[in-house]
Design a protein around this ligand. Structure first.
Ligand SMILES: NC(=O)c1ccc[n+]([C@@H]2O[C@H](COP(=O)([O-])OP(=O)(O)OC[C@H]3O[C@@H](n4cnc5c(N)ncnc54)[C@H](O)[C@@H]3O)[C@@H](O)[C@H]2O)c1
Length: 287
């Protein structure tokens, strides 16, 4: 397999720091192979992880389009010096409009953070409508966006798609089957994309955090308290790791490194892993 040409090969062109070093990352600038600023789109950027990603990319010198279904993305983008677009990525026409608008604003797109996501808890009672909506946003938005971006990236020989999946996409999330299944779908699609296009210069990465201190984690739910609050990271910490990950091509971006151990255990000792998850479920039920 041939090495991938990619934006990250030259992202340190504007700085002197070593790739991936936390101290150095702040002095690097996000530039493309032809030394212009990287053009980056972030979805779900009105708040939470998406807003932090956009802020970190702007700070690094990138030109950023921030998009969200919520109008407040316009104000928040203006405050960062980015371009805001209101769009609903749950539909094919919404994604088409977003990609066209981002291209018109940026010229070309180097990096796409497919970050928007929803979580509708509810166990087996989760409604058909909630299953569908979750699938459209957490899975199909990546499929529809890739359909539009990847042919151009293959022609150019470079491009980077970064999915904000979740640790739930590698493991599971008790109390939320639609979230667990859709995030597994997001990771599976990203794996397929990487396996299919990496020799053509496309880099695909999946951010898989556990708890992050955003509005999503604040939704009521005992499970979330038990599972995530004590280890929850700030969105800025996730964004910093994403920024550093522009310097390499590794598929998994794990803000909570222990998730890698759980993932290995799930693969090599599945019943023991499931037993542990079930004990956690019983603990929740007894609470
Ligand atoms: N917070 C956590 O603990 C956590 C952990 C793992 C993964 N994640 C993932 O991180 C991503 C960001 O979530 P967050 O924690 O910042 O939550 P958040 O709710 O603050 O942000 C999600 C954003 O996506 C936007 N959005 C939802 N549907 C949309 C649509 N149809 N079109 C456009 N935008 C839409 C929302 O308006 C919101 O601004 C999600 O994919 C989520 O699943 C979050």
């Amino acid at each position: 397999m041939t090495p991938n040409p990619k934006p990250s090969e030259s992202t340190s062109a504007g700085g002197s720091a070593g790739a991936g070093s936390a101290a150095g990352a702040g002095t690097q600038s996000a530039t493309s192979a032809d030394a212009r600023p990287l053009n980056i789109v972030v979805t779900g950027a009105a708040g939470g992880i998406g807003h932090a990603l956009a802020a970190r990319m702007v700070q690094g010198g990138a030109r950023v389009v921030m998009t969200d279904v919520q109008d407040e993305v316009l104000e928040r983008a203006a405050a960062l010096g980015a371009h805001g677009v209101v769009s609903d990525i749950a539909t094919e026409s919404g994604v088409q409009l977003l990609v066209a608008t981002a291209r018109a604003e940026l010229g070309s797109i180097d990096v796409w953070f497919g970050n928007a996501g929803i979580e509708r808890g509810g166990g087996l009672e989760t409604s058909e409508a909630d299953w569908s909506r979750t699938h459209e946003i957490n899975v199909m938005a990546h499929v529809r966006t890739s359909r539009l971006l990847v042919p151009e990236w293959v022609e150019r020989g470079r491009g980077r798609y970064i999915v904000t999946a979740s640790a739930a996409g590698l493991l599971t999330m008790l109390g939320s089957p639609s979230y667990s299944v859709s995030k597994h779908g997001a990771v599976a699609f990203a794996e397929w994309l990487s396996a299919t296009y990496r020799h053509k210069g496309d880099v695909v990465q999946a951010i898989c955090p556990q708890g992050v201190q955003t509005q999503m984690l604040e939704q009521p739910g005992l499970l979330k308290d038990l599972l995530s609050h004590d280890t929850a990271l700030t969105p800025e910490a996730v964004a910093e790791l994403a920024w550093q990950s522009l310097q390499h091509d590794r598929f998994l971006i794990l803000p909570h490194p222990e998730v890698g151990d759980y993932y290995a255990r799930r693969a090599t000792d599945t019943d023991s892993w499931l037993g542990g998850m079930n004990r956690l479920q019983q603990k929740v039920e007894a609470f």
